[in-house]
Design a protein around this ligand. Structure first.
Ligand SMILES: Cc1cc2nc3c(=O)[nH]c(=O)nc-3n(C[C@H](O)[C@H](O)[C@H](O)COP(=O)(O)OP(=O)(O)OC[C@H]3O[C@@H](n4cnc5c(N)ncnc54)[C@H](O)[C@@H]3O)c2cc1C
Length: 457
């Protein structure tokens, strides 16, 4: 066969199931081409776009060290390239979720190649469970996380390492061309950096994970999200490491494994219910009359709501492409409940800005907050952003990293500046409404409105 290997979002040389497949089937391969299709991220934030390009460049450099040069093209050129190279088969990651655009997902890519009469071979690369095989005892999809977790936790087992030498691939691969505008000068190997960050976490903060995962002032989380979204590490290797260290600290390791299974749950769910990418999982909620107030959305997006915890979180996202899980819950509840804006607007904004964007986790994270999803937060348990701020950033340390205006302010006045506006004026000469915005909504009023809207359904 004339085999093209499609490399997007499997940006790793180690534990790469596509590489393993090639070595195992090399006797059947007459010609081998590596193809790296570039995603179009023109509508993404600059920080996210830069990160993607950095990762791609690092990966291409890493391959070059083994004397492998892939064809680098844009997605829309894939079909033409398949014709030019007379490919009979392509090897594709079949569990890639929309990490930026749906058209880069397996079903679309598969269809595109089949239109060019190319046979598609799909391989698992970035997830653990198989959506076509993961059902409950009634052969129905799991809709509740706890049942999914309880039933599938025992299926996590140590997997043997993939044995192949990247050098072996170079010996049989044809040399490709860079047909893109990207210049591949010395770039850091993102896979190595990801592996180091993961090892550091295993040797350090994992022992605090269960207790301190919600502490937004310290970075006790793993940062694994981005490594998984770009395929820098294989989830099977992550599970191997977690099972290996498990006995040393069951509580913290189990807490972490639970979160990783959350990612699998959402992936399986999304594959089984693809329509929930844009529609509420709850059919009842599809007729909800959300607000489409653009001015409110702008204020939320820019971090000018007058609720410091929300504003600081949004500013951090805009600057760095990252937001802590607790803060994702706070800002998504604020948008969908306090401002009552359609969750799909928030989901799309996160798509453009989050470096670790993962369609399934994001869509279902948003639907959790909006109370439209499966296993979502009940609508009557609406977060109070001031209370969240007092609980998870009690001293205001996180807020101060993003909103300099509060640098000298004592914690008592930070969480609800509108309430303490005279104190802020008197003690710190901060004028609420001028130097920092007045709260855009009153939490009690929003709560009453949301209750009413959901009850009407
Ligand atoms: C509104 C909203 C949007 C979200 N969007 C995304 C997204 O686009 N991409 C994404 O990877 N996660 C998303 N999450 C889940 C979670 O916030 C991130 O996985 C986490 O913050 C990433 O940081 P970390 O890797 O340091 O997390 P850690 O706390 O170190 O967790 C380790 C890993 O476990 C998984 N995980 C942890 N929490 C969750 C969760 N609630 N749902 C699914 N998987 C989880 C992730 O793979 C994560 O990398 C979202 C959550 C919410 C509430």
């Amino acid at each position: 066969m004339h085999l093209g290997v499609i490399l997007n979002r499997v940006f790793r040389t180690k534990d790469n199931p596509l590489f393993h497949y090639i070595v195992k089937h090399q006797n059947e391969i007459n010609k081998l081409y590596f193809i790296l299709p570039l995603e179009d991220l023109t509508d993404a934030s600059e920080v996210k776009r830069d990160y993607y390009h950095k990762v791609v460049k690092g990966f291409v450099n890493a391959l070059d060290k083994y004397d492998i040069q892939p064809y680098i093209v844009t997605y829309d050129k894939l079909g033409d390239l398949a014709d030019t190279l007379a490919l009979s088969h392509v090897l594709v990651a079949k569990d890639i979720m929309s990490y930026h655009k749906e058209i880069y997902d397996y079903p679309h890519v598969k269809q595109a190649f089949e239109n060019h009469r190319v046979t598609v071979i799909g391989q698992r690369v970035n997830h653990y469970f198989e959506p076509t095989k993961t059902f409950n005892k009634q052969q129905q999809p799991y809709k509740v996380f706890t049942s999914f977790y309880k039933a599938n936790r025992q299926d996590l087992v140590r997997t043997p390492k993939k044995s192949y030498q990247v050098k072996q691939l170079a010996q049989i691969a044809e040399k490709g061309l860079n047909q893109s505008d990207l210049k591949f000068t010395n770039s850091k190997d993102a896979e190595k950096l990801a592996r180091k960050a993961w090892d550091d976490f295993l040797n350090g903060d994992i022992v605090r994970y269960d207790k301190l995962t919600d502490d937004v002032t310290q970075d006790f989380v793993s940062g694994l999200g981005r490594s998984l979204a770009y395929g820098l590490l294989d989830i099977r290797e992550i599970i191997n490491d977690l099972l290996e260290g498990y006995d040393s600290d069951e509580t913290n390791y189990e807490a972490f494994i639970r979160e990783v299974i959350f990612r699998e749950f959402y992936y399986v769910l999304m594959t089984q219910y693809p329509e929930t990418a844009t529609k509420s999982f709850s059919e009842k909620c599809r007729s909800m009359e959300w607000s489409y107030n653009k001015a409110h959305f702008e204020v939320w997006r820019k971090g000018q709501t007058g609720f410091p915890i929300v504003d600081a979180a949004m500013k951090k996202l805009n600057r760095t492409g990252y937001m802590h899980n607790r803060l994702r819950m706070v800002v998504s509840q604020f948008l969908t409940k306090n401002l009552f804006i359609d969750w799909t607007w928030g989901e799309d904004y996160f798509r453009q800005y989050l470096i670790d964007y993962d369609n399934a986790s994001n869509v279902h994270g948003w639907q959790w907050s909006a109370s439209t999803g499966t296993d979502a937060v009940p609508y009557f348990r609406m977060f109070n952003p001031i209370r969240q701020s007092e609980r998870f950033d009690a001293q205001g340390y996180f807020i101060k990293t993003q909103l300099e205006i509060f640098n000298d302010v004592i914690s008592k006045y930070i969480h609800d500046p509108t309430k303490y506006k005279s104190k802020l004026q008197e003690l710190y000469h901060i004028e609420i409404g001028k130097d920092y915005p007045e709260a855009i909504v009153n939490h009690k009023d929003s709560r009453a409105y949301v209750m009413d809207k959901f009850k009407q359904l």
